[in-house]
Design a protein around this ligand. Structure first.
Ligand code: HAX
Length: 436
């Protein structure tokens, strides 16, 4: 057993024992009450699941195992000479609960490199699709197709004991994470570069190799961007749509491939991950309509009001939980200020930040008028020449896999139950109100 798995086993066993004792003593205590507005309002804020890899605070934003994004930029291991954290380090932190050493992060790089071969059948499935198929659809199909070789499903069929579920899930997790950059790069190159693929460079780290295989830019800071991007999009506690979907599917003992593919289906919605594609489309249409890539604040404000008047949302703004600018937005801004301060698109994003929150707040109904993670990413990618907007959510998906799958290992180790909340009918609510 490798030392990462060994360490996980040790931590998980201790937590499992403590959880059982705590449940025995305190299982009947109430932590929450549900309002009718929450029943109709997407269960906002209702505490119904455990998610250990990260936690979201409405004001502070995301913390991964207690660490904020600025702290992680300092603390997580970096490639030699690099300034951005290695996503491998974040994965270690989420899985084990400890900031890894550089050697520990490098071990994960090597492990993912060793396991990275994509099954021929999956490449065949991709080749059977039109290159014009939306990249997220290709990605979801590819991930689903790998369920065929799932260690969990195979061992389950052979009568695996419950106490080994975590072990098989760990294997699927490591295999899936290892393959994702190759699959994602394969989709990118077949869709936008006539299938001219780029060989992996085994000497590179996970994100660096992904950037290399995408073949978008020779600028070494594009690799840095991918390291940052794949780190900050990884996890956003458990209630967000992609994480929650993956968790729900996983709770039926569907394997990691089927569960994560389900999460990707959620991520592909415009109110969630697809917003990164929508933002850049919206900005591009705006600068085309206004006729300049240096619009004034007044011109942006007019365009925002026109969008709202058409009954549409402003993509990249608002959040179900956050009530401040998203620290993931800020992290990307810090990166852009350092590497591309004169980028035209990033400057439009920054100018938008000066006018959009006031307009949204003025509507009187938007709970969070601030930018979220998706408001910034596209403008940076465009700077590096990556203008295939409909590919952006795939990048998000590669990163999100780390959080969802690290948590899935924990969920299996803890033996979490099949998820099955209670639904009620409208009539039930009406009768409840009458009685109350
Ligand atoms: N533009 C215009 N109106 C907005 C808005 C925005 N950016 N954000 C919220 N509102 C509106 C809602 O549509 C809702 O209107 P109605 O009452 O007429 O239905 C009202 O304000 C209250 O909504 P809320 O409580 O503030 O927000 P929700 O929790 O319901 O929704 C969303 C959160 C993220 C879905 C929402 O803010 C939105 O649609 N934003 C734009 C899309 C977007 O950027 N999504 C990405 C979010 C981050 C993420 O998951 N990334 O992957």
């Amino acid at each position: 057993m490798d030392h990462l798995k060994e360490k996980f086993k040790e931590k998980a066993f201790a937590q499992f024992t403590a959880m059982r004792a705590m449940l025995k003593e305190h299982g009947d205590k109430k932590v929450d009450e549900v309002k009718i507005s929450q029943i109709f309002g997407g269960a906002r804020g209702v505490k119904t699941m455990v998610w250990d890899t990260s936690q979201l605070d409405a004001v502070e934003g995301i913390r991964f195992r207690g660490y904020s994004i600025p702290e992680l930029r300092e603390l997580l291991p970096k490639v030699e000479g690099g300034k951005e954290p290695m996503p491998e380090g974040l994965f270690h932190l989420m899985l084990i609960g400890e900031v890894p050493t550089k050697e520990e992060a490098d071990f994960i790089s090597r492990e993912w490199s060793r396991r990275a071969t994509v099954p021929a059948a999956t490449l065949k499935v991709l080749d059977s699709l039109s290159p014009e198929t939306h990249p997220m659809i290709q990605f979801i199909i590819a991930v689903n197709s790998m369920s065929d070789g799932s260690v969990f499903s195979t061992r389950y069929a052979d009568g695996m004991s419950k106490s080994d579920y975590w072990d098989a899930t760990y294997e699927d997790t490591m295999n899936l994470l290892a393959r994702l950059p190759r699959i994602a790069a394969y989709i990118f190159r077949r869709s936008f570069f006539d299938g001219k693929h780029i060989e992996a460079d085994e000497s590179l780290d996970w994100a660096g190799n992904f950037a290399h295989m995408l073949g978008v830019s020779d600028d070494p800071t594009f690799k840095s961007l991918m390291r940052l991007y794949l780190t900050i999009h990884a996890d956003h506690e458990g209630g967000n749509a992609s994480a929650h979907t993956a968790h729900l599917i996983g709770s039926t003992l569907s394997d990691a491939y089927l569960s994560f593919a389900g999460g990707l289906n959620s991520l592909a919605g415009p109110l969630h991950g697809l917003a990164n594609q929508e933002v850049i489309k919206w900005i591009t249409e705006m600068v085309e309509k206004i006729g300049t890539d240096e619009p004034t604040k007044e011109q942006i404000a007019t365009y925002v009001n026109e969008t709202l008047a058409q009954g549409k949302v402003i993509p990249g703004y608002g959040h179900a939980v956050l009530r401040q600018p998203d620290p993931r937005f800020t992290a990307q801004r810090v990166f852009a200020e350092e590497y591309i301060p004169d980028g035209k698109m990033v400057n439009v994003v920054w100018k938008g930040f000066e006018v959009i929150p006031d307009i949204l707040a003025g509507l009187g109904k938007v709970k969070n008028p601030w930018p979220n993670v998706d408001a910034h990413s596209g403008a940076i990618l465009v700077h590096y020449g990556m203008d295939q907007f409909n590919y952006y959510t795939v990048l998000f998906g590669v990163s999100r896999a780390m959080g969802v799958l690290a948590q899935m290992c924990w969920s299996r180790a803890m033996g979490f139950a099949l998820e099955r909340p209670k639904s009620v009918t409208t009539e039930w609510v009406e009768n409840f109100v009458k009685k109350a």
